[in-house]
Design a protein around this ligand. Structure first.
Ligand SMILES: Nc1nc2c(c(=O)[nH]1)N[C@H]1C(S)=C(S)[C@@H](COP(=O)(O)O)O[C@H]1N2
Ligand SMILES: [Mo]
Length: 201
């Protein structure tokens, strides 16, 4: 036996793209929704940034979809242990949107909320610096309603419960304010590589 293969015999190598405790869901894209999926009318759709900002900023659908788009290709990780590799997304960087509102120096967290009442909290640092988008497209097609269309948050470096579907806006805060799952025992930050699933992880 060649010494090169020793240690790999009888053992499959784990895909290095898989965070601890996750499995590859393959071609499927599961739908996880706590509330009833809303049917949003883009004629009345808005996105609002409020709270600890120099000026509240609000966009209509036509205004926000006219902003420059970025593409993000990569993997998403749900806390229920599925990971989906090699997705292709497109949307507006949250950096662009936050710059319009002007976060105040004391703003350190955001609460993101949906048009359907779901909320999640995130450190401001996790949604700036090229880490988060308001996404309109996934897999080269407009987001379907079940996956949060017409627009959802995309924060792919954190567990996917942070990526609010049907997102309506962000409120900047000084203190961390737990959202829907965080009040129900999920971790405040949710880094899949540190396996931050639940409070105390
Ligand atoms: N509004 C809203 N956003 C949500 C959720 C939800 O229940 N409501 N579920 C979260 C969870 S737990 C996950 S894993 C992803 C699932 O996104 P998907 O259904 O497009 O796979 O959306 C997140 N965003
Ligand atoms: Mo999830």
């Amino acid at each position: 036996m060649s010494p090169v293969t020793r240690g790999f015999v009888g053992r499959r190598r784990r895909d290095p793209r898989l965070p601890p405790g996750q499995y590859d869901v393959g071609d499927q894209w599961p739908v996880l929704t706590a509330e009833r999926a809303p049917n949003l009318d883009i004629a009345r759709w808005t996105f609002l940034i409020e709270g600890l900002v120099e000026h509240e900023a609000e966009w209509t659908w036509d205004e926000i979809t006219a902003l420059p788009r970025e593409r993000w290709d990569g993997d998403i990780h749900c806390v229920t242990t599925w990971t989906k590799f090699g997705m292709r997304w497109s949307g507006v960087s949250l950096d662009t949107l936050l710059a319009a509102a002007g976060p105040l120096p004391q703003a350190r967290y955001v609460v993101a909320h949906s048009h359907s009442g779901y909320t999640t909290d995130l450190p401001l640092a996790d949604v700036t610096g090229g880490n988060a988008w308001l996404a309109f497209e996934a897999q080269n097609a407009p987001l379907t309603r079940e996956h949060g269309g017409p627009a959802r948050l995309l924060v792919p470096h954190l567990y996917f419960w942070k990526s609010v579907k049907w997102v309506a806006g962000l409120r900047l805060t000084a203190e961390d304010e737990p959202g829907f799952w965080e009040r129900n025992g999920y971790h405040d930050r949710g880094d899949p590589w540190a396996e931050q699933r639940f409070q105390g992880d």
